[in-house]
Design a protein around this ligand. Structure first.
Ligand code: NAP
Length: 484
């Protein structure tokens, strides 16, 4: 797209045309408290126009051979990859994560898009034997239609890629509403998609009022599916409203992931993997560890190892070289972490490192909180039940496998769970017993394009990743043919 050579990320994209509005949303840099940009404050009118464009574009896009759609996606991935450094800089500017993590997120987005560029070619149907001699049964897989996509601020690039790539590969057209705190990276990514020459209207972006955009998507008959990632609270509202038109839904919601460290675990490896997961993105990860359950016999050693690793984390603005943890997204997030730590300490937890807001010179205007480890944590403390979404690692002692499994499952959430053990029987027993959509054993990294990422219980429904992620955007049509 041509802006006179200048790269800008401050427009809506409707029917292939960038458009601006007089009313804006301010985007703030969480590391400095300074303005990081402005985007249009779109609402019902702009969303309806975007749905018009997507509905017009859908039939032609759906009809294209998968190979042709794959070509656009592959080109998109290449354009993002070539621009990765600048995109990572933009992501860090508005989201706060360290530049190395932002680079990983951009690269992960590229991998997702490439994977679905290929997987879209494999939306195979079925031939099923008929019940009568003359009957032939076919099952076709066809794109759902126009999809409304609502994404969160914590992984604002990855979430666009993980939703748009399978939907577009399946033959759907899309309207994307990015989070208001991090809208520019979504626009920048889609800018690259438009530059591939993808037909106008296949992809549209509307920034602005969540209530108006959401309501319009949810009440327009032409939007046949909503894919939402965000809080369980908003996810439930969307589910209720989607019932009005029986829209299909993918909901990737909140979590309360436990990690269990059994006495036979490799403690050095467990400590490192736990810290890598817990403090990624300043603890603002939906599948991030919320509570560490350590067997009483190894708890002192594990706590010491985790504390020592956490003390060495370099905290600061994500733009600076060597920084391993940036700020929280906003003041509300800092206050929540402060409240949860205060509650735990009041009820008897001990702080082994951190436990306070960081306000040193250079950090005083940002939303920084020291990476924190708490021991002596009990199940009465709010921090074990609420999604912390911040850089705090609470450690709870347990005695038996039965007891810890009951605790780990005692939550309305069911996104991810982790455990460390070298006992092969326990590997099976515990992974089968944990109530979660994803379980990782002896490691804490889960997100890869070929596997189905997603939760059960109040962590949502539907999967992103794998062939399962493509199915989310396909309808089955059973065709019965009676031969003459
Ligand atoms: P959020 O408040 O639910 O917002 C997510 C998105 O929904 C934003 O784009 C937001 O727009 C929009 N939104 C808010 N109210 C809406 C409404 N009434 N109708 C339609 N859209 C609405 O969540 P968040 O605080 O940004 O994200 C953090 C949560 O996401 C955490 O709970 C985390 O666990 C979860 N998450 C889950 C996954 C997963 O895969 N399971 C991945 C990442 C995050 P505005 O920004 O304009 O308000």
């Amino acid at each position: 797209m041509n802006h006179g050579g200048e790269k800008r990320w401050d427009y809506l994209l409707i029917g292939g045309e960038p458009c601006t509005l007089a009313q804006k949303i301010d985007v703030w840099n969480p590391a400095t408290g300074k303005l990081a940009g402005q985007v249009p404050r779109g609402g019902a009118k702009e969303t309806a126009l975007a749905i018009d464009a997507a509905a017009r574009a859908f039939p032609q896009w759906a009809k294209l051979p998968a190979k042709v759609r794959s070509g656009y996606l592959t080109d998109w991935a290449e354009r993002i990859e070539r621009d990765a450094k600048r995109l990572a800089g933009l992501l860090t500017l508005e989201q706060g994560k360290p530049i190395s993590e932002a680079m990983d997120e951009i690269q992960g987005s590229v991998e997702f898009i490439r994977w679905y560029a290929e997987e879209g070619k494999r939306a195979y149907g079925e031939l099923i034997p008929g019940s009568r001699e003359q009957q032939r049964i076919m099952v076709l897989k066809q794109p759902v239609g126009v999809v409304g996509m609502i994404t969160p601020w914590n992984y604002p690039a990855a979430m666009v890629a993980r939703k748009a790539a399978p939907a577009l590969a399946a033959g759907c057209s899309v309207v994307i509403k990015p989070a208001s705190q991090t809208p520019q990276i979504a626009i920048a990514l889609i800018h690259h998609l438009v530059d591939t020459g993808i037909p106008a209207g296949v992809v549209n972006v509307v920034t602005g009022s969540a209530a108006e955009i959401g309501e319009t998507m949810l009440t327009d008959q032409r939007v046949r599916k909503i894919s939402f990632t965000g809080s369980t609270e908003v996810g439930k509202e969307i589910m209720k409203k989607a019932a009005g038109q029986v829209k299909r839904l993918s909901l990737e919601l909140g979590g309360n992931a436990p990690v269990i460290v059994f006495p036979d675990a490799d403690l050095a490896k467990a400590a490192q993997a736990i810290v890598d997961n817990k403090f990624e993105n300043c603890g603002q990860m939906c599948n991030g560890i919320n509570v560490i359950y350590a067997h009483e016999s190894i708890l002192p050693e594990l706590a010491e190892r985790i504390t020592s690793l956490v003390r060495s984390l370099q905290v600061g603005p994500g733009t600076e070289q060597g920084i391993q943890m940036g700020p929280l997204i906003d003041e509300t997030a800092v206050s929540r972490v402060e409240r949860l730590v205060a509650d735990a300490v009041e009820r008897g937890a001990q702080v082994t490192t951190g436990g306070y807001r960081l306000g040193a010179e250079g950090l005083e205007l940002g939303h920084f909180y020291a990476p924190t480890v708490l021991t002596g944590v009990t199940r009465e403390m709010a921090i074990t039940h609420e999604e912390v979404f911040g850089p705090v690692a609470p450690i709870v002692s347990f005695r038996t496998e039965e007891e810890v499994l009951a605790w780990a499952n005692d939550t309305p959430y069911g996104l991810a769970a982790y455990f460390f053990t070298t006992d092969v029987s326990r590997v099976y027993r515990v992974s089968e017993a944990l109530q979660a959509g994803m379980v990782a054993i002896n490691g804490t990294s889960l997100s890869v394009p070929q596997a189905p990422f997603g939760g059960i219980k109040e962590s949502g429904t539907g999967r992103e990743g794998g062939h399962h992620g493509l199915e989310e955007y396909l309808e089955l049509k059973y065709v019965s043919l009676t031969l003459p």
